[in-house]
Design a binder for this molecule. Structure first.
Ligand code: SF4
Length: 64
């Protein structure tokens, strides 16, 4: 799995961080998403897909 984030689309809602805090973080200044792991382990895949699905800005892209 490879994850990319588009910080221009992120509205800082933080849902991804709540779901997968090992993979996503937010910038302190403005809450914009930071990617901690581009290729997380298998045990994170389902929750990362869910984070991408529910992201209100469609800022998270997942490829296999
Ligand atoms: S869920 Fe989407 S909009 Fe919200 S912080 Fe994460 S990437 Fe940004």
């Amino acid at each position: 799995m490879k994850i990319t984030v588009d910080q221009d689309k992120c509205c800082g809602a933080g849902t991804c961080v709540l779901l997968a805090p090992d993979v996503f973080d937010q910038r302190e200044e403005d809450g914009i998403v930071l990617l901690l792991q581009e290729s997380p382990g298998q045990d994170s895949h389902d929750i990362v897909r869910e984070a991408a699905d529910v992201c209100p800005g469609a800022a998270i892209t997942v490829s296999e």
